[in-house]
Design a binder for this molecule. Sequence first.
Ligand code: GLN
Length: 446
Amino acid sequence: VDEAFTRIHEVDGDVQAFLTLNEEAARSEAKALDENGTADNEILSGMPIGLKDNMVTKGLKTTCSSHILENYDPLYNATVVEKVNAQKAITIGKLNMDEFAMGSSTETSFFAKTKNPWDLQRVPGGSSGGSAAAVAAGEVLFALGTDTGGSIRQPSAFCGVVGMKPTYGRVSRYGLVAFASSLDQAGPITRTVEDNAYLLETIAGLDRHDSTSADVAVPHYAAALTGDIKGLRVAVPKEYLGEGIDESVKANIRAAIKQLESLGAVVDEVSLPHSKYAVPAYYIIASSEASANLARFDGVRYGVRAETNDLIEMYKKSRSEGFGDEVKRRIMLGTFALSSGYYDAYYKKAQQVRTLIKQDFEKVFKDHDIIVGPTTPTTAFKIGENIDDPLTMYANDLLTIPVNLAGIPAISLPCGLANGLPVGLQMIGRPFGEETLYRAAHAYEQ
Ligand code: GLN
């Protein structure tokens, strides 16, 4: 914990990964552990962890990087927070993100622009950019992020760390500020696959506070790290090495696939024909759900309240002043897509496309164990490069979003550098197939 704060005070002025530090409480928790010892089954005892600022933390400000929640001081802990506390991990602070997790660069944060530790001119990715940057910069060993449409995997790829988006339902969403409830899932960001396995084991499991959390036993994931992937059936979708993907990224991925083959994996080319419709379908579904979820921020129950005596005026002003441009864009898109005249043309159609995307994956998983490809079409882009061009920004999520729509797990892990910047290798698994992903990722990492 000492080392974490020393490092943070040294580098976070430049990196700007943290929004809030929990220094006093963290130090006294660490001291108590030193004095009282720890039980053998507390697997994260004393480990410094950073939490994305959309996870509610009792008595520790939770802003979602939004002006509207600038002073929100939650009364309870998210289930994932309770679970890391129960293992005696020590919360170092809250990490920057895109406002309400909407974005792919952490530039939509109201408070700060987090920098990529590999090149301070570049974005760390998003929306869990603070989480990935803090791990990459050596500020914390463990971080939690959330992934609605790539937000754990894309920043992990850009920052050269390991990020897992678990199966929908694997981890409780209780106490995560909801963005798109049918897609949101929390997961671990770490330096190594082994650390990642331990952190997922800590946070996973059924929770009576979240009716979508799954009643499926949580494996001891670290036991899957045998190094043996002989006979593993690996599918490479041709769309994932096709148009729109940088040549330098493709070269690293091809080399990684060769390495998996040399470890005994059997590699096949396959097709995910509907993946090209994933980005448009996602932005309709995610925005629709967001427009409903964000209705609660009205200046009454939470957050910033505009000064006026008229009720309707107060709602309007609080929301106009409290939300940033990207959040407003999503609310308007979502409200439009759900409106009675357009519902069938947009929302319903997007849900149908979602089913087709899910079926594409089911077909491939009939005779393959994992799917492999890049996490992102490019390496980290420059700060400011895409922020005024939402469509280019959205297109960045091309390879991550199909996984969220299908509800399946995927991990991103470092796969060398291209022009001095990290490339992310993505491995996609069957529902609740996180063990296989960890086994394959660990074998590759060795
Ligand atoms: N880029 C995606 C979006 O802006 C990322 C969302 C996420 O996973 N939180 O919607």
